[in-house]
Every structure is written in structure tokens, then in C-alpha cells.
Design a protein around this ligand. Sequence first.
Ligand SMILES: Nc1nc2c(c(=O)[nH]1)N[C@H]1C(S)=C(S)[C@@H](COP(=O)(O)OP(=O)(O)OC[C@H]3O[C@@H](n4cnc5c(=O)[nH]c(N)nc54)[C@H](O)[C@@H]3O)O[C@H]1N2
Ligand SMILES: Nc1nc2c(c(=O)[nH]1)N[C@H]1C(S)=C(S)[C@@H](COP(=O)(O)OP(=O)(O)OC[C@H]3O[C@@H](n4cnc5c(=O)[nH]c(N)nc54)[C@H](O)[C@@H]3O)O[C@H]1N2
Ligand code: SF4
Ligand SMILES: [Mo]
Length: 731
Amino acid sequence: MSAANSYSVCSICDIGCQLRSEAKDGKVQRVIAHDNPLLAKNICYKGVAAPSIHNHPDRLRSPLKRVGARGDDQWEEISYEQALQEIAEKLKSIIGRFGPESFAVSTSGWNTQVTYGADRRFMNLLGSPNWISGVALCAGNTAAVNKLTYGWFPMGDFSNTQCIVLFGHNPKKHSWTPIYNQIEAARARGAKVIVLDPRVSEQAEVADLHLRLRAGTDAAMCLGWLKVIFDEELYDKAFVRDWCTGFDELKARVDEYPLERVEAITGVDRTLIAEAARVYAGADGAIIPWTPITDMQISSTSAIRLHSILRAVTGNLDVVGGELLGGFHQGYIPESELALHEVLPLEQKKKQLGYESHPVYTYRVAEMLKEPTERVWGYPYADLVMGCHMANPSEVFRAMATERPYPIKAFFALGNNALMSYPNQHQILKAMMNQELIVAHEIFMTPTAMLADYVLPGDVFTERNHLADSWSWSPRLTLSQKTAEPAEGVSSSYDFWKDLAQHFDFSDQFPWASIEDLLDHRLSRSGRTFKEFSDTAFMEVQPPEFRKYRKTGFATPSGKVELASSILADLGFDPLPYFREGPALSKDYPYAVFSGVREDPFFQTGQRNIPELRARCPLPQIFIHPEDAEREGLHDGDWVALETAYGEVRAELAIKSGMKEGHLRVPHGWWYPELRGQEALSGAFISSDAVLCSDDDEFLDLEQGIPHFKGYPGRVKKIEKPHNLSAKPYE
Ligand SMILES: Nc1nc2c(c(=O)[nH]1)N[C@H]1C(S)=C(S)[C@@H](COP(=O)(O)OP(=O)(O)OC[C@H]3O[C@@H](n4cnc5c(=O)[nH]c(N)nc54)[C@H](O)[C@@H]3O)O[C@H]1N2
Ligand SMILES: Nc1nc2c(c(=O)[nH]1)N[C@H]1C(S)=C(S)[C@@H](COP(=O)(O)OP(=O)(O)OC[C@H]3O[C@@H](n4cnc5c(=O)[nH]c(N)nc54)[C@H](O)[C@@H]3O)O[C@H]1N2
Ligand code: SF4
Ligand SMILES: [Mo]
């Protein structure tokens, strides 16, 4: 009998709490809060449920090869070696016929955790630029847009700040618990919290100020704040004079947004807008924490840029209580370097889908930022939160479906339920049906995995060693130790890429036989091995160095904060932020639909098969305001269809007084593991938000090409409850 008790970085969601895991005889028994008092509250019930997830009877344990038609869910078990041999042969055949760019990969990297850039390394050595990710809609794209303005993606100094501004972002006890804890602690210290949310969210309920803006109007709101800040001279004049370019042009643009106009666009009273702007600008240290809400709307690039601009002009960059530009950890080789972006030839980078049309997070901008990035941060490619060198997902799926502008014929999804995790699920299905080779690396048989030719079982966080560095977002190292033994056919995502590379002529570029070898390599810059690190530390934070730009300048072409972006200008876009209206509501589609409001028991499309979590939220819900429900003749608990011009989802109706009138909320990520064998793709088209939102041009942000998930036109009607959906699927 063996027993182990280790540090674990939970990868059930993307915030990565450091917890403790207890295992016995190679099986995880319990996952509990950390014994360090600073981290003691740091756990949510998904983390506690890890043993049920990791030991689940339906976990994939052997590599599978498709035997029926694609999507029929018929498999034979094969060995890991045979699977890799066949995958390598098929991939070589495809790239031999269509070129290396015909190979695309989708992953978020959140859950697989230990890829360490090996996916990009493999693709760069092979010659494919077509890597896409859920981070195109979440944090990765924010990082890329932040770099336009000041060359890095900052992290708010929650511990010292006097003011926190939440644009929709709504951390809760069981949703991004560490951020929730930090907001609670700041509030207890007296920090002000301003929430901008159409709904009365949990954070809005206890906020100092709540601005109930119309969905999709965040950019206009920020322009209104700047109008107040400039008119009342609340900005940091010395910083703007010495460290910013484009102030006069920006001021002229902001003058186009008087508060009457901003009030008309956002629906928020102008005196409240002005009050919020004054509180933010007047605080001695204020932060606008990253939020996914502005990652997913039609004016996303402008809205994210406006957050950056607000931080800069109020003097909150790289100061105590403000927004820290951390840089790479000096003792840990970053994924950006491991990915070998410099070996992919420029002609292949130019083939990246999105490079021409929506370039902001593609290689096109990465190439433009190489020189300043190297000057300030010591390495030319800073791929922060994995999101700064991506292809555009919609264009990749279009190329997979239509073979234009060129065919994509091989598609791998690792720790990503790609079918449901982007807009336009109809196109993604067509895209996947038109592939010669699909590989899924997964822990459960998801709808995406069901469409694959090969399904490889992935490991989980209790089964691997890891040293987390927040994907280069903040210079902190957090230890995670292997406590449990994976089943024989199970691999980590690093092992998958390294083992596949053995079949290619660049196998020598993967000299690290194990994750531990690679961790030793990553730590070599600080002269330690992984074992030495884990024997002496469970966490290490590189101390912040404030106002580093005084020595190095900012990592932008001008070396300054670019209020008017020279890169956007060079790309032919408006260099200044603006507000663009989303697709118009109409008599037929009178409601503004938004995706989101995460459900506590699940991360994204996961965990619907975990009984104790599913029991907390048995069925998906569409939220509506009581007056709208009354007008539509609908009652709480009715089953409804939410329709757009592109598709329909079915779910239960929940009447919520905190909803904003004229808005409907649709949840993300619902499929029904319990319907496997009864419904095609386990019901992936019944309730998934991705079937509702188009990726036609009128739904896309111009500069990044990301979809408008916050306020697209829809309508709702009563239907019969689907006979096979149960509120107690596991009883
Ligand atoms: N339509 C739509 N698309 C969205 C969003 C939305 O609201 N609507 N939200 C966006 C956001 S905010 C984000 S962060 C991204 C998230 O995108 P992802 O993080 O890719 O999330 P999922 O698509 O749910 O896929 C995660 C998969 O990882 C698997 N998994 C879990 N643990 C492990 C593991 O240890 N190893 C392996 N190999 N697999 C594992 C799970 O079973 C699950 O199928 O999606 C974005 N996409
Ligand atoms: N339990 C759990 N926790 C999670 C996740 C999960 O899946 N489950 N996912 C994690 C991930 S990857 C992410 S990205 C975060 C997402 O979590 P949050 O950042 O909290 O985002 P949501 O919960 O989608 O929505 C938050 C609020 O945005 C408001 N909102 C909707 N439209 C708009 C708009 O146009 N403007 C503004 N200002 N507000 C709007 C909604 O009313 C809602 O109250 O949660 C993380 N935490
Ligand atoms: S918030 Fe919960 S699911 Fe997310 S990392 Fe922390 S413990 Fe895991
Ligand atoms: Mo996210």
C-alpha cells in the first residue's frame, strides 16, 4: 500500500488553483484546500470533485480507432504505438498532397496543462501556421490586443488596489475562486468595486456602483469614461506627455462621444457614467481586471484597447495597486521559446488563415512586434496566454469545409471540444465531416471526439508533474506533483507530440524523453532541477519591479504607449478606438441574446457526466426578465426554443428579476453525455449556444475577426419539453 499527499495545480478550470491531493495505491482519493493560510479558501466544489472525474468509469483508458462512419461512435481499441504509427502515416500523406498548411490544431491548453509549446513546436517544424484555440475568445486575444498599446498583457495588483472595475466579469465562490477571494479581500480593505453588467450579477449585487449597460456596448461606455476624464482633466498629464503617443488624435475621437450619445447607446444614465469615471480615475491605484466579455463582442478590439488606454492615461501602468507588466519569469524558459516560432518560414506564416483579413492575433502582428519585444522582454516572440500567434478559427473551419482558399484535411483537437467551442457549429460540423484525419486527445467521449478517426486518452492533473507559469501572464511558478498512476494507454499532451515527432525527420528537436526532463530544461536558467524545486518550494513569485519602462521603453514600435496604434494604422485599420453597433434587432428577432453566465458546477463544455456536479445544475436555462416573459405568455420552468436566423436551442426558461429587459441569456457548452447512443453526437445540437451565432462578417469584430456573442438578435417561444431530457439523469 502506498499513500501520497502532494501539491496539485487543478486544471478543471483555467484559473489553476494550487490544492492538495491525497492518493492511495495509485488512485486519487481526495482533493482538498491548501494548508497555507493564504490559500486556504482557495477551492471550489469542482476541485473537490476531482476524484470523481479522474476515477470516472467512463474515462477513456485505451486508444480508439473509428470503425463505423464518421460520428457513428463505433470503435476498436488499439495500442498507443499503433495509433501513433497510423496517425503519422496519414498526416504525412496529407501534407505530401496538400502542403503542411493543410494540418490544423485546436486546443485551449487550459486542461491539458503540460503541452509546453510542443504543439506549436511540432507544427512550426512541420510548416503549418494553422493553430487555433478557445483562447481566441478568452484572454489569449486580449493579450494580443493589449500588446498593440503597450507591448505586454498586464495583471492587476489586487493586493494593493483601491478600485476594481468589472466589465461583466463575475467571479464567484465556485467560479474563478482565487479572483473572487482577491476581490473580497480588496473590498474588505475598503477598495471600491464598479460593475458594468446588463444583469444584476452576484458582483453587481454588492458593488459600490452598478452600470446596467446594454449588451455589446462596452466600447461606447469606455469612450464616455474617457470623455469625463479628459474634460475634467482627471488624467496623468506627466505620464501622457512623456510616455504616450497620439493623445490629441485620441482626444478628438473621444469628443465624438459626448455623454448624451453614450447614454443613448448604453442605456445608462449620464450622471452615473460620470460618477463611475471619476471614482476610477480618482483612485490611488485602480485596476480593470481582464474580462472575457469584451473578448467576445463586435467592437472587441476597440473595447480591449480602451481598457488599455484607460489604464495608461490614468497613470495605472506598472505601479503599486495598478496593472503590472510582469515580463517573462527569468528562471523558467517560456513556452514562447519552446515553440520555435522563428523556424516557421515567413512564406508559411503568410499562409496563416486570418493573416490578411483579421490579423491582430496572427503572425502578421507578431512579426511587426518582434523587434520591440526582443528589445524590452529579451525574446522576439512573446506568446502570452498562448494567444498572440493564432490563425482565425472561423477561417480555418471554412477552409476545412470548403477547401478555400486551400484545403485543410487533417485536424487535431487536444483538450478542446471544438465542435461546440466557437461560433457557427453548423460550419464546424461540415468542416469535420470533410476531413481525412481527425485526432482527439480527450479524457471523455465528447461530441468532438465522436467525430474523430483516433481518440487518444489524456492524463489528468493528479497523474502528471507540472510547474505552472500562468502562460507567461504573471511571473509566478506553481508546483503540481504526480500522485496517481495513469492507465497504460493514457498520455500527456507533451508525450503525444513528442512521440508523434519520433515518426518525423525532426525527432531530434524533441530531446526530452519525459515531462520531468523538459521541466529540468525549462528550469535550467535558474540552475535547478525540477526535483530540487519541488524539494524546496511549492510556489515562487518573481518580485515585481515597478516602472520598468523608464529603463527599456514600452515594447511597441515607438517605445511609448500608443494611444493611436501605429500597428493598426499600418494594417489599414482605424488607429483609434471606436464603437460599432452589432447586428440590428428586428420585429422578428426583438431580443438581444448573450452567451455566458458560467454555471458553477461545470467548466465550459465539461462535467455534465459528473453526478454530484450535474445534480447542482441538471438542465440548461435561458434567462428572461419577468415583463418580457409576461408579454410572451411564458412561465418559469416552461421549455422554450431560442431562435436566431442561424439556428435554435432548446432549454428551460428561468424568469429572473435581475435580468435586463429585452435581453435573453443562453448558456454555453451543453451536451448530454447520458444521451450517448440515443441522440446523434450525444445531443450536441440541442442546447449549445454555438449553433445560434453566425460568423458572417456582420457578426465579426473587424481587426480580430471574433464573433459577437454579446447581444445578437433572437426570439423565444414555448415548446414541449424534449421527452428524453431528465432533471435527474444520474439517479
Ligand atoms: N460558443 C462558445 N464558444 C466558446 C465560449 C462560449 O461561451 N461560447 N467560451 C470561450 C471560452 S471563455 C473559453 S476559455 C474556451 C474554452 O475552451 P476549452 O478550454 O477548450 O474548453 P472545452 O471546449 O470545454 O474543452 C475542454 C475539453 O478538455 C477535456 N479535458 C479536461 N481535462 C483534460 C485533461 O487533463 N487532458 C485532456 N487531454 N483533456 C482534458 C474536457 O473533457 C473537455 O472536453 O472556449 C471558448 N469558446
Ligand atoms: N464555474 C465556472 N467558472 C468559470 C468558468 C466555467 O465554465 N464555470 N469559466 C471560466 C472562464 S474560461 C471564463 S472566461 C470566466 C467567464 O466568467 P465571467 O467573466 O464571469 O463571464 P460570464 O459568467 O460569462 O458572464 C459574466 C457577466 O457578463 C454579463 N454580460 C453579458 N453581456 C455583457 C456585455 O455585453 N457587457 C457587459 N459588461 N457584461 C455583459 C452577464 O450578465 C454576466 O453577469 O469564468 C471562468 N470561471
Ligand atoms: S476554481 Fe475550482 S475548478 Fe477552477 S482551478 Fe480552482 S479548484 Fe479547480
Ligand atoms: Mo474563458
